[in-house]
Design a protein around this ligand. Structure first.
Ligand SMILES: Nc1ncnc2c1ncn2[C@@H]1O[C@H](COP(=O)(O)OP(=O)(O)OP(=O)(O)O)[C@@H](O)[C@H]1O
Ligand SMILES: [Mg+2]
Length: 430
């Protein structure tokens, strides 16, 4: 009996179909014999052993982790002058660009490379990235004689690559791809606290619950204290909830990884998202319009709600340095369980501003004007207006008066008061 190994099966399996196809188009079917060695024959030759004396350890980690592995190997190649080939040895090693926190970097997408003894560990291994349609595999191929130390070496290899991930402390939009979650660089509109006029108590809470937690993540984790928090922003449309998240994201630039998930991610890949967040910690996850995901039980997909609660509960509690800022129009739509203290331990109410708040917002949007304006009067005339309404009021006045803004024109817009009409809350279209 002859031995059949997996590579033979891969080569043999499509043959009948190819034969049929050749017949159908009236061509002769000729099978070319692969002249080159298989990845395992290559690894065996590099390690100086027989292919039957190999141990292959394999994982299919999150895409971001594989990218980190590819980047680490690329750096290792430059550091030690290694000589890599493709994931199939006949092909060249392939690199790709990775949008790292400190700019684009290169990493291997498909590669086999010998890491001699003394580089990764005490024993030599061949590291391999083998791309597949549903996500690349990372392999560490070693000698059977070194079997005792290889699993630990593989673990520490992946740990090192994760720790040195080029994505760490960058800002990313997270989208779903065939191969898993993909990170695309996120810039968000430039925004500072100066732009967003909120009650000082809001910023005080943000400082305590977000900035301090991120800064002390390692300390808190070392003392066994929870280092993950959830901040829930509750308020009507236009009160600055999304903008607050953007401001905090900018403030944390370079200190934490910022992840802004697409709705498909929040709908289908929450567990993976939080694994990614904890992998790249300290991190901030911005989840806008939470009620679209976690509405009242019965209204929302119960599976999604359960997943969300599990992730927030077990997952977040064990993970260090993951802060979530979520927003909703109507906290009653957020299931009670999701509001329980361990999940969102801080709730910030974002109401329409009072008269002083309105004045500050008007001053902010009219700071460019040197006309003598009675803004306190406009603030008094705009009861119930949100920040977004006031911004729109100023914009409408500018358009109306061709830039020659006057108190009377502002007051006329205030009387028209478009914001007084009831508007649907963003979370109600489920
Ligand atoms: N307090 C404020 N100071 C200055 N600008 C504000 C304030 N509140 C809202 N705005 C402006 O209004 C616009 C809308 O704000 P934002 O998108 O953050 O509202 P939101 O609360 O997320 O609304 P929604 O619930 O509809 O998503 C932004 O351009 C923002 O800058
Ligand atoms: Mg919003």
């Amino acid at each position: 009996m002859t031995d059949i190994d997996v590579t033979d099966l891969l080569v043999e399996a499509p043959l009948p179909a190819l034969r049929l196809l050749a017949e159908a188009i009236d061509r002769e079917f000729v099978r070319r014999q692969p002249a080159d060695s298989t990845p395992f024959e290559y690894a065996a030759a590099q390690l100086g052993v027989d292919p039957t004396d190999l141990v292959v350890l394999e994982e299919c980690p999150e895409l971001a982790v594989t990218h980190a592995v590819g980047h680490w190997l690329h750096e290792a190649q430059a550091r030690w002058g290694l000589d890599p080939v493709g994931s199939v040895p006949a092909g060249p090693a392939m690199t790709q660009s990775i949008p790292g926190a400190a700019g684009d970097v290169r990493g291997y997408a498909a590669v086999s490379v010998l890491l001699p003894a003394g580089t990764l560990g005490a024993v030599p291994v061949v590291a391999r990235i083998a791309p597949h349609r549903f996500g690349p595999d990372v392999q560490l191929i070693g000698r059977a004689a070194d079997n005792a130390v290889l699993p630990e070496l593989f673990e520490s290899f992946l740990r090192t690559c994760r720790a040195e991930s080029p994505y760490r402390r960058g800002a990313y939009r997270v989208v779903v791809s065939d191969a898993g979650l993909l990170l695309q660089r996120w810039t968000g509109r430039a925004a500072t606290r100066d732009h967003l006029k909120l009650d000082p108590s809001v910023w005080h809470t943000v400082d305590r619950r977000v900035h301090r937690v991120i800064d002390l993540a390692d300390d808190l984790a070392a003392r066994g204290l929870g280092t993950s928090t959830g901040l829930l922003l509750v308020g009507p449309p236009g009160t600055g909830k999304t903008q607050l998240g953007t401001v905090v994201a900018h403030e944390l630039a370079g200190r934490a990884t910022v992840l802004v998930p697409d709705t498909t991610v929040t709908e289908h890949s929450l567990t993976d998202l939080f694994e990614l967040a904890s992998d790249l910690s300290p991190s901030l996850v911005l989840m806008d319009d939470l009620d679209l995901i976690v509405g009242e039980r019965g209204e929302t997909n119960p599976h999604r709600l359960r997943e969300f609660l599990n992730v927030m509960d077990g997952g977040l509690a064990d993970r260090s340095g993951v802060v979530v800022i979520a927003s909703t129009n109507d906290h009653r739509k957020i299931d009670k369980a999701a509001r329980r203290s361990s999940r969102f331990d801080t709730v910030i109410k974002m109401e329409a501003p009072g008269v002083e708040g309105r004045l500050a917002i008007l001053q902010r949007y009219l700071a460019w004007s040197n006309a003598d304006l009675d803004l306190p009067a406009v603030a008094r005339a705009t009861d119930g207006a949100t920040g977004a309404d006031l911004k729109e009021l100023v914009r409408a006045t500018v358009l109306e008066t061709s830039d020659a803004v006057t108190t009377a024109a502002l007051l006329a817009q205030a009387r028209a008061g478009g914001w007084r009409e009831p508007k649907p809350a963003a979370g109600q279209y489920l």
